[in-house]
Design a protein around this ligand. Structure first.
Ligand code: URP
Ligand code: ZN
Ligand code: ZN
Length: 456
């Protein structure tokens, strides 16, 4: 069996940073220790480098339909962007069409990823309409290896919004079968009301995107869902939190013993509402909207203190042509930004280097925690004997500025260009195969990502 020894790296886990070796045998980590030896092993010197478990992006949208178009990355280009960023597992979402069963939506999504994804993938199951048949599928979906169900409290126009009655039914059935319900938590009625008002008075520039999706939309939805769940105590996970107050409310629910988990995204740690005043402000349209400095500070603190559990990217890029098609009208511009390739870099350069985040906490947020919450642990998200040999070697030396030419998404625009970054993701191993070695992509390893079932 093929063996690799990664020698003398600084191995980073949520608990410690220690120097040592990793012995990979076939697709698994066989041993972690010092002075490891194996006959005919490929030996890689990682002195002076950090060695991480392969990162997990728990929130991507490859090829998703939004506002009359489709996000620019499919599983092929999006997963190649992921691997360049050290992300070896993505968790994407099924797309639940009208009248479609959950099982059929899963089959369809797997077919889209199969033989295209270059990194491993798991799935969350979107539920956009509810009836007795849909509810009865929940145990089967969980047996199929998908334990997280995603619900939207916004996007009525797109046919995705669910009301409280449906939400309660889903919480009840998912709890009975030990799954998790994820929430895009924004009050859709408030957003739709404000959007109608602004559009009526011809206020359609990018800043009205933020005005029509105010902090209160998120705060109300997080408070409401947490309150409803007091009667059920289903594990719930709030995606892309953007406000100090919503984080506080969710944290209070957790203090009251509810199983509540929180996610934010790099964009809510980096951009504030002022981007919407730029001439190209409409390109930054994403839901929720960007906030202000006080929210930034609260989010960074919550990350470091363990109040926020996961950073996912909500990767959902569009090309310039797609972003500009509606000539800046916020209500028609497709919402979403690229993120999967820059996940680690933003947390490292803007968090670790600025002393807002420890390296151990970083690895918890983008590896071990998502693996645990979405039942991929201990196969993924961890440097441990028996885990999949998904490994990132990072050289912390050097500094540069992010350039579009260095990025791999299918979009021709990236909101982070010009950002100062530190170090280089040098090598990436997926199940014992080099996807990238010494900054070179291994073409022969591409498009071999596997579906990873979540196991309860
Ligand atoms: O604007 C965003 N976030 N687009 C992706 C879809 C979603 O709501 O997560
Ligand atoms: Zn969302
Ligand atoms: Zn999303």
């Amino acid at each position: 069996m093929k063996k690799i020894i990664i020698k003398n790296g600084q191995l980073v886990t949520p608990r410690e940073i220690k120097s040592g070796d990793i012995l990979v045998s076939g697709d698994k980590i066989q041993a972690i220790g010092r002075d490891l030896q194996a006959e005919r092993a490929e030996v890689v010197d990682a002195s002076g480098k950090y060695v991480f478990p392969g990162f997990i992006d728990a929130h991507t949208h490859m090829g998703v339909p939004i506002r009359g178009t489709t996000s620019a990355d499919d599983f092929d280009s999006g997963s190649q962007a992921a691997l360049h960023g050290g992300v070896t597992t993505i968790i994407d979402f099924t797309i639940h069409g009208p009248d479609q069963s959950l099982m059929d939506s899963i089959r369809q999504r797997k077919a889209e990823a199969n033989k295209k994804s270059s990194v491993d993938y798991a799935l969350h199951c979107n539920i956009t309409h509810v009836n007795a048949d849909i509810l009865s599928e929940i145990p089967q979906v969980i047996r199929e290896g998908i334990i997280s169900f995603k619900v939207f409290t916004a996007y009525r126009d797109a046919g995705m919004h669910l009301g409280d009655s449906d939400i309660l039914d889903i919480l009840w059935d998912v709890k009975r079968h030990h799954g998790t319900v994820m929430f895009h938590a924004e009050n859709g009625d408030l957003i739709d009301f404000l959007t109608r008002k602004y559009v009526r008075y011809n206020k359609t520039t990018a800043v009205y995107h933020a005005y029509s999706r105010p902090p209160e939309a998120e705060i109300e939805a997080v408070a409401r869902v947490s309150t409803l769940n007091r009667y059920i105590h289903c594990p719930i996970y709030f995606v892309h939190l953007s406000t100090r107050e919503a984080v506080q409310i969710a944290a209070m629910a957790r203090q009251a013993q509810q199983p509540v988990f929180l996610e934010t995204c790099p964009q809510y740690l980096y951009f504030d509402q002022s981007v919407y005043d730029r001439p190209d402000g409409h390109r930054f349209i994403a839901a929720p909207a960007f906030r202000n400095n006080s929210d930034f500070d609260a989010l960074w603190q919550a990350l470091q203190q363990g109040v926020i559990d996961v950073v996912g990217t909500d990767h959902c890029p569009f090309t310039l042509e797609q972003k500009d098609r509606a000539q800046g009208a916020f209500q028609h511009t497709p919402n979403g930004l690229p993120g999967v390739e820059t996940l680690f870099q933003i947390l490292y350069s803007k968090g670790v280097k600025k002393k807002k985040l420890s390296l151990q906490r970083l690895v918890s947020l983008i590896a071990e925690e998502p693996a645990r919450l979405f039942a991929l642990f201990p196969r993924k998200g961890v440097l441990m004997q028996g885990a999949d040999a998904d490994i990132v070697i990072f050289d912390p030396e050097g500094q540069s500025n992010l350039q579009l030419k260095d990025l791999h998404s299918a979009t021709d625009w990236n909101p982070y260009t010009g950002m100062e970054t530190h170090g280089t993701i040098e090598s990436v191993l997926l199940r014992g195969e080099w996807l990238k070695k010494d900054n070179q992509i291994r073409e022969e390893s591409l498009r071999k990502g596997q579906f990873i079932p979540a196991i309860l």
